[in-house]
Design a protein around this ligand. Structure first.
Ligand SMILES: C[S@@+](CC[C@H](N)C(=O)[O-])C[C@H]1O[C@@H](n2cnc3c(N)ncnc32)[C@H](O)[C@@H]1O
Length: 422
């Protein structure tokens, strides 16, 4: 089958995201298999860029169209956004951006749209500064109004910085498997492979790369020397302790970044990892095998909050609840969150987090430690959640709390709270 035009493939991904709410993580691999191999990276740049800048791009297109397009012509509307994205945010030469976008119209079988796309893109080139100055706040900042309102309420002095960071691309950070080699030894391996990277302060296992590379080009990736994981997430195992002789429950474990890290950095007697999504749980197994862990772990596909379905009543010394959350701390890595999440999702997530916290607390031994973590920066999912829990449980005491905001030391936004059972 002939390869699909990369611009049309990008439009299709965005159309599908709108129609069935699919994420880029799910939609992109399938779309990449439909374009020529040389276009796969470009397709990713287009889909991430169109998601990241969607609100701004549609604000500009709306101003430039003399009358709105019909719903059935959303493909043309998205192609216009892609053209403007290339002109405003890529190094594609402007004439090439316009020509290739106009040329892509033929695949839509809407000959009337060719002149429109040409006119709109040329008009944009002439009026760029004026058009940008006319945008309302959500379009200018390319964030949905509900999220801006929450950021302003939760972070009155820092919301602008958060938004700015949310529109950047995240760096690629590695976690060196301390069971196999030291971080310094791996830095040497990277140097030999001509890959530049630097250590991250206060996260001993982390190396941030100067520019992203494919995992296949990382020395020793298949042998399990290294994994890809943001430095903020790597703070998790540091908080779980050395695990010596203890049992750990990782209640929401997939795809396994923190399970693997806990096993690399601790000497747990046993690790039990759960996830309710079978496909994602399979990835935990793949990861642990790549990292050469063959024993002292168990994987169960289960709803962690439904103890009757998986728990044998043996208490755990430590519980990690890396809870399902809004992902607002990782928007720079998953810009589609800005398109897919709705304000009323937060309330549902808060309820789910409370159910998980309340039920998992029962599995923790007295004197044990539950680490609650989210990749959210919304207080309702984080510190308010901990306040609520402490009011419910007289046997819970709060230990260390940490909120990392996106971009701090280059890290993702993350929240950790330690709860100790008396
Ligand atoms: C934030 S992700 C976990 C990331 C993982 N800890 C890591 O570091 O790779 C949340 C996970 O929770 C799972 N999940 C959501 N609700 C759950 C539940 N009730 N029981 C078990 N797993 C659940 C989701 O399938 C998802 O894989």
């Amino acid at each position: 089958m002939a390869a699909l035009d990369v611009r049309i493939a990008a439009v299709n991904v965005m159309l599908q995201m709108q129609s069935d709410g699919g994420s880029l993580t799910r939609l992109l691999p399938e779309a990449q298999s439909q374009v020529a191999e040389k276009d796969r990276a470009l397709l990713q740049v287009f889909c991430f860029g169109m998601s990241r800048w969607s609100r701004r791009l549609s604000g500009i297109v709306d101003t430039l169209l003399t009358k709105p397009l019909k719903r059935k012509d959303t493909d043309v509307y998205l192609l216009l956004q892609l053209g403007i994205f290339q002109l405003s945010h890529t190094r594609v030469a402007p004439h090439a951006a316009v020509d290739t976008t106009v040329a892509a119209v033929k695949h839509l079988k809407k000959p009337w749209a060719k002149g429109l796309v040409n006119a709109v893109l040329r008009n944009y080139q002439r009026r760029e500064d004026e058009l940008v100055s006319m945008l309302d706040e959500p379009a200018a900042l390319s964030h949905p109004p509900w999220l801006l309102a929450r950021y302003k309420k939760d972070w009155p002095l820092r919301w602008q910085e958060i938004v700015e960071q949310g529109n950047l691309q995240a760096p690629m950070t590695l976690r060196v498997n301390q069971k196999q080699l030291t971080t310094d030894a791996y830095l040497e391996k990277l140097k030999d492979a001509d890959i530049d990277g630097v250590r991250v302060d206060a996260v001993p296992s982390a190396i941030t790369l100067e520019s992203p590379v494919s995992v296949q080009s990382l020395p020793g990736f298949e042998q399990g020397w290294v994994s890809v994981q943001d430095a903020a997430a790597q703070k998790c195992a540091m908080r779980l302790g050395d695990g010596a002789g203890k049992r750990l429950l990782d209640a929401c474990s997939a795809p396994g970044g923190k399970t693997a890290q806990a096993m690399e950095q601790g000497n747990w007697r046993q690790v039990v990892a759960l996830d309710q999504d079978p496909g994602r749980l399979a990835r935990v197994d793949e990861t642990l095998q790549r990292l050469n862990f063959t024993s002292n772990y168990e994987l169960h596909c289960a709803d962690a909050s439904n103890l009757d379905t998986w728990w044998d009543s043996t208490l755990f010394d430590s519980v990690l609840l890396d809870a399902p959350c809004s992902g607002t701390g990782v928007i720079r890595r998953h810009p589609d969150i800005k398109l897919l999440r709705r304000d009323n999702d937060i309330e549902k997530l808060v309820a789910m987090q409370r159910r998980l916290l309340t039920n998992l607390w029962q599995t923790l031994a007295p004197g044990g430690h539950l680490l609650y973590a989210t990749c959210s920066i919304l207080k309702d999912e984080n510190e308010h959640q901990i306040d609520w829990f402490l009011q419910q449980r007289s046997d819970a005491k709060a230990g260390q709390l940490e909120q990392i905001l996106p971009g701090e030391q280059g890290m993702d936004g993350f929240f950790f709270a330690s709860l100790v059972k008396s």
